[in-house]
Write a new protein. Structure first.
Length: 256
């Protein structure tokens, strides 16, 4: 097995909440996102996000969901098209759940399951003009998307709607489509309409909340209380994650 590129390894970080700074956003701006001189600055942000993610996973575990947290690359490389426009921490199923899923899918279908985009995950992300908390299911995590679609088909939309409507301020989003479905007031017709278009192996499904952070708009996000509020928003997504992602308790992937 090839050795992991040092840039891919997560930095050392303990579970703690560190306030965001203007520089966390500025280093991701169009004029700087390709500049390696800002790698150290972005590394500091990456470490900050990892610390926040560790606080989140500790609290999610207390709620009965075990997740592993990792972070995205902070340096321009071929993996990010030589630009770092977005930094994020992501919490996805723990190793024991990946092992269970591999036994269900089989070796061929479960290839590269360790990659984050092949699992549903809860995310906190920074861009130069936004702060985001989200649950994301990429097309390559088709089994989690299919698990959701099969569950809703079998049980109806009421359970899914209940979880989504606990998330006022978030929006359900389909891939790169312009349409969006605001959480808090979603009904059967809206969700059935969404599922008519959603194809798990082709589309991203996201439930996200975003705060504007363009230059001149960031002051409200730089307070000492913001990281704790972000963790609380991430914790709000845990019941939806639990409902959506495949697990031993939410096993709807194949017909019984």
């Amino acid at each position: 097995m090839a050795a992991m590129d040092p840039l891919e390894r997560d930095p050392a970080a303990k579970a703690e909440l560190i306030p965001f700074e203007d520089a966390d956003f500025h280093a991701l701006s169009p004029g700087l996102c390709r500049d390696p001189q800002f790698n150290d600055r972005r590394l500091a942000t990456r470490r900050k996000l990892l610390s926040l993610g560790k606080v989140f996973t500790e609290r999610a575990k207390l709620a009965g969901v075990e997740l592993d947290v990792r972070t995205s690359l902070h340096a321009p490389s071929t993996f990010n098209h030589n630009q770092v426009k977005r930094l994020w921490c992501y919490a996805s199923r723990a190793k024991v759940e990946k092992k269970r899923l591999k036994s269900v899918l089989g070796a061929d279908l479960a290839k590269d399951l360790d990659a984050a985009y092949r699992n549903a995950y809860v995310c906190c992300a920074i861009e130069h003009d936004a702060l985001e908390v989200s649950l994301r299911i990429h097309a390559d995590a088709w089994f989690d998307g299919q698990n959701l679609a099969a569950r809703v088909k079998r049980e109806g939309t009421a359970g899914w709607a209940s979880k989504l409507n606990e998330l006022a301020g978030f929006r359900l989003r389909l891939h790169d489509w312009k349409g969006e479905w605001p959480c808090g007031k979603l009904g059967r017709d809206e969700l059935e309409g969404f599922l008519k278009f959603y194809k798990p192996a082709e589309h991203l499904l996201a439930v996200e909340r975003r705060w504007p952070a363009a230059q001149g708009q960031r002051a409200a996000l730089l307070g000492a209380e913001t990281p704790a509020l972000v963790v609380l928003e991430m914790l709000k997504l845990v019941p939806l994650y639990r409902y959506t992602a495949w697990s031993a308790e939410s096993d709807h992937l194949f017909p019984k």
